[in-house]
Design a protein around this ligand. Sequence first.
Ligand code: SAM
Ligand code: SF4
Length: 318
Amino acid sequence: MLIDGHGRKVNYLRVSVTERCNFRCLYCMPEKPFSWVPHENLLSYEDMFRFIKVGIDDGITKIRLTGGEPLLRHGLDGFVKMIHDYAPDIDLAITTNAFLLEDVAQKLKDAGLKRLNISLDSLKPEVAQQIAQKDVLAKVLRGIDKAQDIGLGIKINCVPLEGINDGEILDLLEHCKNKGYEIRFIEYMENSHANVKSGLNSQQIQNIIKEKYNITKGERVGSSPSQDYYLDDGYKFGIIEPHLDDFCRDCNRIRITAEGDLIPCLYFEDALSIADAIKAKDVKKASNILAEVLKNKPEKNKWGDENQSDRAFYETGG
Ligand code: SAM
Ligand code: SF4
């Protein structure tokens, strides 16, 4: 079992397979980064898998593949299959913008994938284009429909932004309710890479929904950063409330970047690389580095600290 320096059980690994992206969402990556990590610096799937096996053997039970945009990396279905075949019961999911999903959904499902978290910030083509800085909506919606048709579990992520998509909160909620999947509104987390004036906080999001519906706050479930809310008919939606809530107290996650940096916490500068150990097939050393990183996992995230890391979401693996 993996326990961090503050006694929290860590069983959730978020794996970034690339920092690259085919969108330029205003709240995440509005400009092309100054330089991408060269391909040769990325860990191969085989190397990543060697580390993932260390994690699973040590107690990881939940894995999310993310980025950047994970579907941009070729052969992702093969990577999913490696993980699924090693640990079929692992809770394995992908976070994606769904632009490339229509063509690969079936391959991912066949490889063992069960769930997807999909970013959908608007149902209006021009607003989706304004946020992603690309005409994306039709292809994204086709990708989501395809995934649902073949039986993949779907949750939608939406970041409400002032003056951009804040008029669509009810439409997005009702769209997801009618389609039969959960939506989670994420409070915009301010960062130096973004080009956004401000986002809506949880109370503002709730107030908009309350204009039409009664809502009831649910119990906090496990280590999820999402607070559940219910409409009177039982429909559940979530709000991820980093401005309101200290979801660090039962944080159960660590992250690994596409280059092999193990990051114990968002906006925390101190990461340790497992790249050399894992490329040398020294799994004992990789396991020791993992233990060291966990020992140093901070009690609270460094977001908002004056010395917070400037590492972007798309690099850390959002
Ligand atoms: N490209 C994939 C996607 O967009 O779903 C996966 C990576 S993206 C970094 C993961 C999640 O982070 C998305 O749901 C996105 O909305 C969220 N995100 C990115 N920047 C954010 C910010 N500044 N505040 C809140 N959420 C953010
Ligand atoms: Fe790309 Fe996802 Fe960031 Fe948007 S939120 S720019 S899709 S990594």
